[in-house]
Structure formats: structure tokens, C-alpha cells
Design a protein around this ligand. Structure first.
Ligand code: SF4
Length: 497
């Protein structure tokens, strides 16, 4: 169990009125606990790689219920946030999370953040190998490295399983892409990438390292960052500034010298035990209208015969506690082992029995009635961060802009169902909107990325546009766009006028 006593003491003083909110931020941000704009709190549960087995989901439900959170938010880095938590609930929830094996460690602040992974790792034809077990082992190892939680600034690590996700690996502080050398599993490694102020593409550190050296590669970067990161100026502290100061070539040389001396255990995940699964009965379903459209928009064939990958949409990434219970009930009903949280703030059932899809459609409509899990509407589906109505450092209301875009997309596709089937997923994959230049949606790496800002008191959106296939970061436009012109502009960029 980790020692939260300093944070808890600070909280007790805040509750007693002897400390201001601004004076407790430093105690809680390393745990991913932040005060919201409405003075209630957000608590971030790190879900490694977005992998949520049913038993972990049950833990999250117990934690969420005990927290009395107003709602939960699925994040663009595959975490789950509890929102609208009363400050009196924070200490008990920190203890409960520790007991449930989901400790608050590195959810925010200058620490090792949640490992981002390919959502469908190991589940698609292009997968080189499944990186999720490696992500699990890596997290376990880094949790033993105290230095990783006292860094000059945050470190974001990502693991990806297939060539089409290379661009994600290239914008992490430390990004790994699965590759093979003959039959040997390994990783191509980039470092010093990052999205935020002065976003940068990472530099190639190794074409190949054996997969078992994953922890060593991470330890080398943690040591380098700890020694060379700027501890005087947080604004210039991310690893990309070390690259900028040294130059790419010298940075690679320095990193490799750390790699040579880094000591860390070999990562050799044991194969997952064979899954016991019995589906003794057929599942009845009321044939609801829209079933075929739902299947076309939200399902993909799985590699395993008889199974389907189901993309379950979560408008704005927000769920109520009872929605989570409904999701667990569905997983139990169909013997689903795990779900995967995706950076589009949705999730996937990854082993759904294809024959039971009509029954699932029925269940999603009836058990989650307040949540458009099926993409009937675009409202809430454009990827945005939580925005300035919740986030204390936010500038503009990104979900509200996402809603305006969603409404206009609904109007545009009204009476054009065939076109919606063809275009919806492509359109939604292109747009990311952050409420401020902190870039929580990683929008500078999107095809159409926006962040909010105020110019002379006027609401404006800074656009980043990626126009070439081989481009990793979009080009920022010279001038921001006024808020009331942003939707039209996006439609014009999407060629939907
Ligand atoms: S991008 Fe800005 S507004 Fe959005 S969640 Fe991050 S810090 Fe808050």
C-alpha cells in the first residue's frame, strides 16, 4: 500500500478551512486527483493499456459506487475518471483503490502516466504480436521505480502492435512499435516525441530491440529524463526539450549510453491461460429497427471464427454508475472476458459471439437507454477533451463545439443512410478538439485538430491540419478561427458542403 498520508493531511486541512484549494493541488496531482471548476473533485483511475477484464470492471464499479461520483468519464488515454466527487470521499476512495489493486500512482503530475496501447492489439490481421501483456509487465516494473514518480515533468509511454499505429509511437515521450527480426519479437523505439506546447515528433532510438529488453529501454529513458530534464522550468521540462537542446544525434547517443548501463528485469509475459467459455443457449432478441446499420457501423470481424469486435459508443465518454453496472451485466450474460477502452473515449467488446449480435443490440438499447451506444446520432461522438466547464485550466468548451458539429452531421446525413454508413467512421477518426493548448486529445496529430484560445477576449479555435499521409503532426494555421465559424470550416475541410 502506498503512503498517502501527506496528501490526506493536506486534504484534512483543506476541509477544516486552514488550507486553500490551490495549496493542495501539488499533493494530489501526482495521483491524478484534481479539483474541478465546480469545486468538486475528479479522481483518475489508471487502466493499464485500456484493458478492462470483467473482474477489474467490477472493482471499478465498487469504487465508483463508494465514491458517489456524479458520473464517469472515459479518457483519450484509456483511463476512467470519477467526476463530481465530494472532497470528503477522497481519502476513503484512495484507500479502497489500494485495497482493490488499483492504487493512485502516477495518474497526473510529473510522473509515469498510463501506458497507451493499440486498442485492438492482437485482434487484427496486421498485428505483429499482442503488446498488451508487455504493457502489463512494463507497468508492474515501472511501479517499482520510485524515480519514475519524481520526474521533471510527465512521461508518456505507448506500445503499439501494428504498422498502421506507427504515427502514435512517434508522438510519445517513449514509443514502441512491435516488429519482428526473423521470428524474434521486438520493438522499434522512438523517444522525445510529445504533444502539447511545441509538439514534436520523436527521434528514432533503435530500429530493433528484443521485446524482453522493454523494461531496460524504459528505465534508460527514466534515468536520462531524471538526470537531464529541466527541473527549474516545468514549461521546458518535457523530454522533447532535451532533444531540442542537444540535437537529435546527440540525444540518441546519450539515450544509448543510458540503455547500455540500464538494469531492469527481462520482460517475458507468460501466455494467457486458455479461455474457458461456454455459451450453452441461444439468446433471444426483439428485432429492433436499425440492427443492420448498427452492425455495419459498429462491428468488425474478429480473427477467431464466430466472434466479432463490437465498438460500443459512449457519447462524450460519459457514463453514469448504473451504466457501468449494465455493461458488466452484459459481459456476464455473454461470457465476455474483457473490454478494451479506446482513445476515442468509447470501448470494444473484443470477443463477442457473432450469433448473439441481435440480442446485444437489443440489450444496448434497453439497458443503456440514456446512452447512444449505437451511433444513431453524431452528437457526443466527435473526440473532445472534458473542456473548460469541468477542467480548471480549460479555456473553451470543447464538448459544446463537438456537439454543434455532431448536430450538423446529423442534419447532413438525414435521408442519406448509405452515405452515413460509408463515411461516419472516417469522419469521426479525423477530428480532435482540445479545450486549451494543453492538447489532452493530442489534436496536433489529428487530420483536423483544434484547440481553444481567447484572443482579445474572443473565443477562437487554433486549427492544425494534416494534409499528407506521411505527416505526423499537423501544420498550425497562421491565424485562429472565430468560434462561430469553426463548424462551417470543419465541414468545408471534410468536403461536406
Ligand atoms: S485540453 Fe485543456 S481544457 Fe481540455 S482537459 Fe486538457 S487541460 Fe483541460
Amino acid at each position: 500500500m502506498y503512503d498517502y498520508s501527506k496528501a490526506k493531511n493536506a486534504l484534512a486541512e483543506y476541509l477544516a478551512g486552514t488550507r486553500k484549494a490551490s495549496e493542495i493541488k501539488g499533493f494530489f496531482s501526482p495521483y491524478g486527483i484534481y479539483q474541478q471548476k465546480n469545486d468538486l473533485f475528479m479522481m483518475r483511475l489508471r487502466i493499464n493499456g485500456g484493458r478492462l477484464p470483467l473482474e477489474t470492471l467490477r472493482k471499478v464499479i465498487r469504487i465508483a459506487n463508494a465514491s458517489e461520483a456524479g458520473y464517469l468519464h472515459l479518457t483519450t488515454r484509456q483511463d476512467i475518471q470519477l467526476h463530481d466527487v465530494q472532497p470528503t470521499r477522497i481519502s476513503p476512495i484512495m484507500d479502497l483503490c489500494g485495497e482493490e489493486g488499483l492504487p493512485f500512482r502516477g495518474g497526473g503530475g510529473d510522473t509515469f502516466r498510463n501506458i497507451l496501447t493499440s486498442t485492438l492489439s492482437g485482434l487484427r490481421r496486421e498485428s505483429v504480436f499482442d503488446i498488451i501483456p508487455y504493457a502489463d509487465e512494463l507497468k508492474k516494473y515501472i511501479f517499482t521505480v520510485d524515480k519514475a514518480f519524481e520526474l521533471p515533468r510527465k512521461i508518456k509511454i505507448g506500445l503499439f502492435d501494428a504498422p498502421q499505429d506507427e504515427h502514435f509511437a512517434r508522438v510519445q515521450d517513449l514509443g514502441f512499435l512491435a516488429v519482428k527480426n526473423g521470428s524474434e519479437k521486438g520493438f522499434k523505439v522512438w523517444g522525445g516525441g510529445g504533444i502539447g506546447r511545441n509538439s514534436a515528433e520523436g527521434v528514432l532510438l533503435f530500429d530493433f530491440i528484443p521485446a524482453q529488453d522493454l523494461a531496460r529501454a524504459a528505465k534508460a529513458m527514466i534515468d536520462l529524463f531524471s538526470d537531464h530534464g529541466n527541473r527549474q522550468n516545468r514549461a521546458l521540462a518535457r523530454i522533447r526539450y532535451i532533444v531540442k537542446n542537444l540535437g537529435a544525434e546527440e540525444f540518441v547517443r546519450l539515450y544509448r549510453s543510458y540503455y547500455e548501463k540500464a538494469e531492469a528485469p527481462a520482460i517475458t509475459p507468460s501466455p494467457a491461460p486458455a479461455k474457458e467459455r461456454t455459451l450453452p443457449r441461444s439468446f433471444s432478441a426483439h428485432l429492433q429497427p436499425g440492427l443492420e446499420e448498427w452492425k455495419q457501423l459498429n462491428t468488425l470481424p474478429a480473427l477467431k471464427e464466430g466472434e466479432t469486435l463490437v465498438h460500443v459508443r459512449v457519447p462524450w465518454g460519459n457514463l453514469k454508475r448504473k451504466d457501468l453496472e449494465a455493461i458488466a451485466w452484459i459481459m456476464e450474460k455473454y461470457s465476455l472476458a474483457e473490454l478494451r477502452l479506446s482513445p476515442d473515449r468509447n470501448f470494444y467488446f473484443i470477443d463477442f459471439p457473432t450469433d448473439a449480435l441481435p440480442a446485444l443490440y437489443d440489450d444496448l438499447l434497453t439497458l443503456l437507454p440514456g446512452v447512444d451506444t449505437t451511433l444513431k446520432s453524431f452528437v457526443g461522438q466527435v473526440v473532445t477533451c472534458i473542456g473548460c466547464t469541468v477542467c480548471k485550466i480549460g479555456v473553451l468548451n470543447s464538448p459544446e463545439l463537438g456537439e454543434r458539429i455532431g448536430k450538423k452531421l446529423d442534419e447532413y446525413f438525414q435521408g442519406k443512410p448509405e452515405q452515413k454508413l460509408l463515411q461516419a467512421n472516417t469522419i469521426l477518426g479525423k477530428i480532435k478538439i482540445s479545450g486549451c493548448p494543453s492538447c489532452c486529445t493530442a489534436h496536433p496529430a489529428a487530420d483536423i485538430g483544434l484547440n481553444g484560445l481567447l484572443k482579445g477576449g474572443a473565443k477562437m479555435w487554433q486549427f492544425y491540419l494534416r494534409t499528407r499521409e506521411d505527416q505526423i503532426l499537423g501544420d498550425p494555421e497562421a491565424e485562429p478561427t472565430p468560434d462561430d465559424q469553426a463548424v462551417e470550416k470543419i465541414f468545408s475541410l471534410l468536403k461536406l458542403n
